[in-house]
Design a protein around this ligand. Structure first.
Ligand SMILES: Cc1cc2nc3c(=O)[nH]c(=O)nc-3n(C[C@H](O)[C@H](O)[C@H](O)COP(=O)(O)OP(=O)(O)OC[C@H]3O[C@@H](n4cnc5c(N)ncnc54)[C@H](O)[C@@H]3O)c2cc1C
Length: 472
């Protein structure tokens, strides 16, 4: 096993998505500062790096394969951006994107963001609004069995809210099913709000009070008011920049098949007709791929992480002339509850969020289809997929013409579903890390599905390998 005080360590990173690239980058960056720069080699199955964090710019449209941005409330991501020299390329979401819509009873309605306006709006029936207002009186549940997001929402805010609002909101983030997503795994802050303050409203009021005392802002349940950011040329800027800094040590088209241990505690990494060794190995491929890679190391852990289901998610980008839109589409986008019978989770209005992502007088709609409730989406061919998005655009967003630009990005295993039992599955991977020092599991499959989650974990692992900083 690698001794950070000894010779230059050799670290093998498997997977060149944001998780693998960020871990490699932090490791090299911190290592240089500590005077023990590790030798980092990245092995990526695909012919190009970036994983789902990539951008396509064509005909004036900036289309994201996966993430369209990251919130600026994760210091590790901001540090990564700074260290990569990209701070000056950051672009903040336009103020207009504060407007959010939901398609409800056949109509697109603006969602009020402040609680009093929300209670006055007609999105929910009176009984449901009263039930929400009673949330502070609901007794706090501080222990007991693991709870689903839906059960928590129903218990604290009522079933109408859970079905009509929470379900589409969670679909919009995780493409998931609230009935089997684990609250603790996907919204740990909500668990803490109930545990520490007795409820959501109580926690928000207490936090606002604390923030006022400190002269800061408290924000909502997701923490301080966070703003979505991208880069001038889209999110791919981050992965492209990190990848190009590893020229010569980033090996494309190298699918890793197995990791084994050597008698001296180092690791043997094998592909088809090639192999290499490392003092440490970062498993940064999605868990379904890592399950195969570690099959001979530990079948139980392989089985556990192999059970982390990744829901299929398809991204359809359609560009329209402004005159073909019957609605100004002046906001972040629209969420579409399942109950409305439209085959799409929602649509993001890319150029309203980040002006410049569509040509002049044109608009870019980025519609997300599939997810846990509609795994059958993968069976559609690309023509059917575009037609399905067209139908959603016409019906929900009053789009009247044909798109002049079409592009689709298909992710058969797109977003990790942190279902009930997720924490136990992750704990099993952590116990293997304890057993085999130098082995690390990271990426969106485990401790955070977002780019921020990946960056935070990347920093933790780099610090742990080098035995520096908070992770010691
Ligand atoms: C449609 C969509 C929208 C999203 N929107 C957002 C958003 O707005 N904001 C946000 O923060 N997050 C968003 N996410 C989540 C975000 O994309 C992920 O957090 C992030 O991209 C995951 O990065 P990763 O490196 O863990 O995995 P990936 O990006 O999947 O990278 C894993 C890499 O491992 C490689 N690999 C696989 N198997 C092997 C093997 N055997 N050997 C070698 N290499 C291998 C793959 O080719 C891939 O390059 C979105 C995701 C999707 C799908």
């Amino acid at each position: 096993m690698y001794d950070p005080t000894g010779d230059r360590p050799r670290v093998i990173v498997i997977g060149g998505g944001i998780a693998g690239l960020a871990t490699a980058f932090f490791l090299r960056s911190y290592g240089r500062e500590a005077g023990v720069e590790p030798e980092v080699e990245i092995y990526e199955a695909d012919e190009s790096a970036g994983g789902t964090t990539r951008t396509s710019i064509e005909e004036g449209y900036t289309c994201e394969w996966g993430p369209n941005g990251f919130l600026d409330n994760e210091p590790a991501t901001l540090e990564l951006v700074e260290r990569a020299g990209l701070t000056s390329e950051l672009v903040r979401a336009d103020e207009a994107s504060a407007n959010r819509y939901i398609y409800h009873s056949g109509q697109m309605r603006q969602v009020p963001t402040k609680p009093p306006a929300f209670l006055k709006s007609n999105i929910l029936p009176l009984g449901a609004k009263l039930r929400i207002a009673l949330e502070p009186l609901v007794p706090a549940k501080r222990n007991g069995p693991e709870e689903s997001v839906h059960s928590f929402g129903t218990r604290r805010l009522g079933s109408t809210f859970a079905n009509l609002m929470l379900d589409p909101m969670v679909s919009g983030i995780f493409a998931g099913n609230t009935h089997n997503l684990s609250l603790e795994a996907v919204f740990p802050k909500m668990v803490a709000m109930e545990r520490d303050y007795g409820g959501l409203f109580r926690a928000m009021i207490a936090k606002q009070r604390e923030a006022r005392k400190k002269g800061t802002t408290a924000g909502g349940p997701s923490g301080p008011n966070a703003v979505l950011h991208t880069f001038l040329n889209g999110m791919g800027t981050l992965t492209d920049t990190l990848a190009s800094s590893f020229e010569g040590s980033l090996h494309m088209g190298r699918l890793v098949q197995r990791v084994e241990t050597n008698p001296d505690g180092s690791f043997l990494v094998r592909g088809d007709g090639w192999q290499t060794t490392g003092d440490a190995v970062i498993l940064a491929a999605p868990s379904w791929a890592t399950a195969e890679i570690i099959f001979d190391l530990d079948r139980e852990v392989s089985g556990a992480i192999g059970d982390i289901w990744h829901a299929p998610v398809d991204v359809v980008c359609h560009g329209y002339h402004q005159r073909d839109l019957g609605h100004p589409l002046n906001g972040f986008g629209v969420l579409i509850p399942r109950s409305e019978g439209v085959r799409a989770l929602g649509s993001l209005w890319s150029d309203a969020i980040f002006p410049g992502q569509a040509p002049e007088n044109h608009r870019l709609l980025r519609t997300i289809l599939g997810g846990a409730h509609d795994a059958g989406i993968s069976e559609l061919d690309e023509k059917q997929l575009h037609a399905t998005a067209d139908e959603a655009h016409r019906r929900v967003m009053d789009v009247r013409g044909e798109p002049s630009y079409r592009k689709a990005f298909r992710h058969a295993r797109g977003i990790a579903q942190y279902t009930l039992g997720h924490q136990e599955r992750v704990a099993k991977s952590e116990s293997l890390e304890q057993e085999l020092p130098g082995l690390y599991f990271t990426g969106a499959s485990y401790r955070g599905v977002s780019v921020n989650g990946c960056a935070k974990d990347a920093k933790r692992i780099a610090q742990s390998i080098l035995k520096i900083g908070e992770a010691v």
